[in-house]
Ligand binder design. Structure first.
Ligand code: 13P
Length: 324
């Protein structure tokens, strides 16, 4: 399904839909198990890097398999969106639309304003013929994610959002208010030490609220919203990894954002951390294991636990299926 009805309900209900990236079968299974157990709608998103890694066709059929799997797990009416994350050209968006994606993002945020509008409008005009919804972006997020990288963030300018959304016809808008991609969102120098924990600067809620006032009820998207849980980072480091100064967005801030017009929250790095932590721990404790199923099973379990935690305790999308 596309995101239209899902977002309408999320904005009205004061919760956000999880948008989890997936590259592997284990991530897909964990996402579906978590969504079914919590009766949550879910967006499964595929980046350009995921398509390069796993092949776009395989991922598309995995998403079809996800719907069938959810039904097999007892959810008669699952709500699953297959979304292209950070599409960087009309051609890539078109290819995904032609191949059964129900939602695409066109990310023209690094382009000059008028070019961003022209590109987004071209994708919207094509996508809407097939009832595919389109996310566009205004403002730039810092950080590195697959092939998307920016050194500095530029907050979204609230004075541009009405013009941008009207002229592009986009269905949702990704904004920049201080989140960023990856597991290293802030340097320790940018943070304040509170009870031995590095607390990053707060998100720019004033900008979010200004945007909400200008576009009442319009679906807003937050990228770069992993929290980088300390326990996963510590496990990785305890079992031979070397992750320094990994800092994410505090979950309380995402909980607060979910209650606003923010109706889609993107999480990728936390899944990577959960998977890697479980695999490192398993292999360190069972040095004789060499069957991938032996270490991928606890990895899948750990990701599922993390997805359920996000759905129930952070985004509040549990129990929000229109029909169970
Ligand atoms: P994280 O790196 O914070 O998980 O962000 C993922 C994302 O925004 C995908 O588009």
């Amino acid at each position: 399904m596309n995101t239209r009805e899902m977002f309408k309900r999320a904005v009205a209900g004061g919760y956000a839909i999880p948008a989890f990236n997936f590259n592997t079968m284990e991530q897909m299974q964990a996402i579906v198990m978590a969504a079914v157990e919590t009766k949550s709608p879910v967006i499964m998103q595929v980046s350009k890097g995921a398509r390069n890694y796993a092949n776009g066709t395989i991922l598309r059929y995995m998403a079809e398999g996800a719907v069938a799997y959810a039904k097999e797990l007892g959810c008669e009416h699952p709500e699953i969106v297959l979304h292209l994350d950070h599409g960087d050209s009309f051609e890539l968006c078109k290819e995904c639309i032609d191949n059964g994606f129900s939602s695409v993002m066109i990310d023209g945020s690094s382009l000059p304003y008028e070019e961003n509008i022209a590109l987004a409008k071209k994708v919207v005009d094509y996508a809407h013929q097939f009832d595919v919804t389109v996310e566009a972006e205004l403002g730039v997020l810092a950080g590195v994610e697959d092939e998307v990288a920016a050194a500095e963030s530029h907050y979204t300018k609230p004075e541009e959002v009405i013009d941008f959304s009207t002229r592009t016809g986009c269905d949702s808008l990704a904004i920049s208010i201080g989140t960023s991609h990856g597991a290293h969102k802030f340097t320790p120098e940018q943070c304040t030490l509170v009870n031995g924990v590095l607390v990053p600067p707060p998100l720019a809620f004033d900008i979010l609220h200004e945007i909400e006032k200008k576009l009442p009820g319009f679906p807003i998207v937050l990228h770069g919203s992993s929290s980088v849980p300390m326990e996963e980072v510590n496990t990785i480091n305890q079992y031979g990894g070397h992750l320094e100064a990994a800092i994410g967005i505090p979950e309380e801030q995402l909980r607060e954002a979910s209650k606003s017009a923010v109706c889609k929250i993107n999480i990728d790095s936390d899944s990577r951390l959960a998977m890697t932590a479980a695999i490192r721990k398993h292999l360190a404790e069972h040095p004789g294991d060499f069957d991938p199923r032996q270490y991928l099973k606890p990895a899948r379990e750990n990701m599922k636990k993390m997805y359920i935690h996000k759905i129930v305790n952070v985004l509040g999308s549990d129990g929000k299926l229109a029909q169970c």
